[in-house]
Write a protein that binds this ligand. Structure first.
Ligand SMILES: *[C@@H]1O[C@H](CO)[C@@H](O)[C@H](O)[C@H]1NC(C)=O
Ligand SMILES: *[C@@H]1O[C@H](CO)[C@@H](O)[C@H](O)[C@H]1NC(C)=O
Ligand SMILES: *[C@@H]1O[C@H](CO)[C@@H](O)[C@H](O)[C@H]1NC(C)=O
Length: 250
């Protein structure tokens, strides 16, 4: 498989600022009126859903999983147009708000069909884009490795195992990592502070989701907090299993 190794500086042209998810980690809404689809202890966010595993500072070395790019749809009650869903994993950005390292894909559905756009980011939340194509149905391995939390040294991988596209990236965060959060997420992407129209992403499975600890021990997402997306109603169901995280659009 052929990967390009990219230096972050060479990609400065294709970045834009993205507020950290932490800022949008809304408090749980008041009790749901019909009380049916929400467990009382679930946590909610306006713009992301997924699993968040918290370790002690300096304990997380690597987060990985393989996803299949979903065939996303326009939500049934929405007009024609363009809809997106952002699928990523990473280290920090939840209980650690000072740093975050992420890699994943934005999946777009519009009149042209469904297409994935690969990207990665490190603090302060700027994204760099990867050359695809990344198509619905492709199996994509994602990985973030903290080489040195103090210096901010990171390695990331996005590998489309279906068509051989992807990139292996070495980069540096401008701030130290906490190396304490592991995240597997579907996000409603935002631009200029506003949420974009969210696609019906059906279901996203982070398979063989693994965290490697700095001790060398490998663990799964079991015990991670499930965060559901709430936009007027709960629109996701997160299922955390010993070695996978599934996020279903309701
Ligand atoms: C659909 O979205 C893709 C990705 O953003 C874009 O390249 C393409 O031009 C869009 N097609 C239409 C018809 O808007
Ligand atoms: C990590 O980076 C710090 C700061 O640059 C450095 O002092 C330290 O030696 C590095 N640790 C390792 C294990 O390389
Ligand atoms: C969806 O994502 C694509 C790729 O990041 C972007 O070009 C497009 O503007 C987004 N669409 C909407 C409706 O925000």
């Amino acid at each position: 498989m052929l990967f390009s190794t990219l230096a972050i500086a060479s990609l400065a042209a294709s970045v834009f600022a993205l507020p950290s998810s932490q800022e949008h980690f809304a408090a749980a809404p008041a009790a749901h009126s019909d009380g049916t689809d929400i467990t009382t202890y679930a946590q909610y966010s306006a713009n992301w859903a997924g699993a968040a595993l918290r370790g002690h500072a300096g304990t997380i070395k690597e987060v990985t999983a393989t996803i299949k790019i979903p065939t996303i749809h326009r939500p049934v009650d929405q007009p024609d147009g363009e809809y997106n869903a952002s699928i990523w994993l990473g280290v920090d950005g939840d209980t650690c708000s000072s740093a975050s390292a992420r890699i994943g894909l934005d999946v777009t559905v519009n009149a042209s069909g469904v297409i994935g756009q690969g990207w990665y980011s490190s603090n302060p939340g700027r994204r760099s884009y990867l050359t695809g194509p990344f198509n619905a149905g492709d199996s994509v391995k994602l990985r973030v490795t903290v080489n040195n939390a103090t210096s901010g040294s990171l390695s990331m991988l996005l590998s489309d195992e279906t068509n051989g596209k992807g990139a292996s990236i070495g980069l540096s965060s401008s701030v130290p990592l906490c190396a304490q959060d592991a995240l597997w997420v579907v996000e409603d992407p935002e631009r200029n502070g506003a949420l974009e129209p969210l696609a019906d992403f059906t279901s996203v499975l982070f398979d063989t989701a693994t965290v490697t600890l700095t001790t060398g021990e490998k663990i799964g997402p079991q015990g991670a907090r499930a965060i559901e997306m709430y936009q007027g109603r709960a629109i996701t169901y997160v299922d955390v299993q010993p070695s996978s995280v599934r996020i279903t659009y309701l």
